[in-house]
Each structure stands twice: as structure tokens, then as C-alpha cells.
Design a protein around this ligand. Sequence first.
Ligand SMILES: Cc1cc2nc3c(=O)[nH]c(=O)nc-3n(C[C@H](O)[C@H](O)[C@H](O)COP(=O)(O)O)c2cc1C
Ligand SMILES: Nc1ncnc2c1ncn2[C@@H]1O[C@H](COP(=O)(O)OP(=O)(O)O)[C@@H](O)[C@H]1O
Length: 316
Amino acid sequence: MEIIIGLENYKKDYKNVCLALGTFDGIHKGHKKLIKSSVECAKKNNGTAVVMTFSEHPKKVFHNENRRILINNEKEKIHLLKKIGVDVLVIAHFTEEFKKLTPYEFVSEIIYTKLKAKHLFAGFNYTFGAKRAGKAEDLIQMAKDFNIKTTIIKPVTIDNTIISSTLIRELIEKGEMELAEKYLGYPFLIMGEVIHGKKIGRKIGFPTANIKTYNKIYPPNGIYGVEVIVEGDNNIYDGLLNIGHNPTVNENIENEYHIEVHILNFDKEIYGKEIMVKVKKYLREEKKFDTMEELIEAIKNDIIIWENHLKVKENE
Ligand SMILES: Cc1cc2nc3c(=O)[nH]c(=O)nc-3n(C[C@H](O)[C@H](O)[C@H](O)COP(=O)(O)O)c2cc1C
Ligand SMILES: Nc1ncnc2c1ncn2[C@@H]1O[C@H](COP(=O)(O)OP(=O)(O)O)[C@@H](O)[C@H]1O
């Protein structure tokens, strides 16, 4: 997959561009259906499947919020789009200038002139142009003027509920990881670089790879059962993730926020490597223990609980 950052760097004449439009935060089952349609369109027409998203979440730019609101950081998004078979990902900057384009200017200047799209794919609730004034039906009409076909993808539902990034964000914020997985179509991901921590983990017999944090949503503080993939290693490991302040070892918890994973049956130095954690299940809240012995006992118990859970799942 080719990655183009900034529309000004989209320069090649790609053939028969099948363009998927949307913010695609989460790349959930609904997004996947839409993006897959553009990939299939490209295959059928000997063309190019292009996805255009923004480097900043449009809502964040609109409300100037600092709140963590994204389900995926850029790395995760790239990983997920590659898997679907997208040829070109354009990450446009959501600039002041861009925000001012009317819906018609967006179609004419960006979709037609710049991206040279032949076929568009957008969701039923897609909005575009200044003040998000353009709706999915407008897109069909406006694109017609430029001889561009448009396919609007109907809502994808599970148990009569429309899958949406908002719903999934709420589930992640509540720690409902199994439900989040159901709507996403894959477990919630945490991808990032392994950084140095306080080096207490290995002393107590449970080394934990600390993962660099990004401005995105994380599940509530607590202990989670996870799967782990380490850069340059083909195995999928089981593991236990801890998100929180480590109150047992930290006096001043306000300044401490860590995301760290103990990988089961693993013993390698992986500082600086990229790791991917698939968050499967919330196990318990993070506690302040009076002694290190109690913390060690709790971690041992977490491992037993998670291994037993996996055994039961295997036999189901
Ligand atoms: C499975 C697991 C459960 C944990 N539970 C707690 C907890 O309840 N309370 C706590 O203060 N720290 C908890 N920790 C975090 C440890 O305090 C932390 O891993 C240890 O201090 C090592 O940190 P370091 O990587 O900076 O050396 C847990 C860690 C793991 C792997
Ligand atoms: N089973 C394991 N799980 C996690 N990290 C491991 C494991 N075995 C070895 N390591 C290595 O040990 C480091 C974690 O040890 P730790 O004492 O907790 O140090 P730090 O505080 O720097 O994270 C990891 O970054 C990794 O390089």
C-alpha cells in the first residue's frame, strides 16, 4: 500500500480510481464493507483502490477538543487498511482552507480534479464540504456532473444496532472489550513502540513491556487478557495488559500513566520494537497493594485466571 501524506503529494495518474470516502475511525465492520467495495471495484476495472482520510479527526478540529477520541492511531489505521487490500492511502491535512470548501468545490476540486476518481464509495450518513452541508444524496448528484459514479453503502447492523465509531468508543471507554470486538470485527488494538519503564517488573519476576502512549482512546485502568505480536517474531503470544498508575509502586500517581504488557512464555529484550496488543477481555481493576508480595500474588492469580479462560475457550 502506498501512503501519501498531504494532497499536494498525490501526483501520479492512477488508473480508474475507486475512491472510498470517510473518516474511518476504528475501521469497523461497516467501514470494512465500504472499503472492500472500493477494493473490488478496482479489481474489476483494473484500477486503483484509494482511501482518503484526514490526519486530524474532523470533529477534533471542529471542536478543538483535547480529549482522547480516536479508536486508531495512524499506525493501526495503516495496518488495518493494508489488510483489506487498499492500494493507495491519502492522508489529507484538515486545514482551514480545506474546511472552507463548499460541497460542490470539494467534489470538483478534490475528488474530480485532484484525485481523478471514477467511482466513489461513501456511507449512508456521509457528510462533506463546509459545515458538513453535503449529504450522501448530494454526492450522487454532484459527482454525476463529472461523470463519476457513486455507491452509497447501507448501514451495517448487528442485532438491529447500527455499527458506529461512536458506539464502539463508548464500549471501549466502559471496558466492554468483547462487545467492542464484536462491532469492530477484530479486537481493539494497541500498537506502539516498547519504551523503558522503571525496571521493577523483572525484579518481581514479571517483566512488562511498556508501550508508548498516543492521543487515542484507551480502555479504563485495569488488567486485561490480551494477545501480543512482536515485530520480527512470527508467534502470537498470550499476555496480560496493565493500564493505569501502578499505585503499589508509585507514590505520586497523578504523573504516572502506563500501558504495559507481560508476555507469557516469552523472554527477549524488545526495547525499541513495535508491538501489537489485541485487547480481548477485562479481568479486574488496578489496586493499591500494601506489599510487593501481595502484588506478585495478584499477578500470579491473573495469569491463572487468563490461562484457564483460554483453556475453556479452546475446548468450546
Ligand atoms: C498482570 C498484571 C497486573 C498488575 N496489577 C497491578 C495492580 O493491581 N496494582 C499495581 O499497582 N500494579 C499492578 N501491575 C503493575 C506493576 O506494578 C508493574 O508492572 C511493575 O511495577 C513493573 O513496572 P515497570 O515495567 O515500570 O518496571 C500489574 C502488572 C501486571 C503485568
Ligand atoms: N515476558 C516478557 N514480557 C514483557 N517484556 C519482557 C518479557 N521478557 C523480557 N522482556 C523484556 O523486559 C522488558 C521489561 O522489563 P521491566 O523490568 O519491566 O523493565 P521496564 O521497566 O523497562 O519495562 C521489556 O521491555 C522487554 O524488553
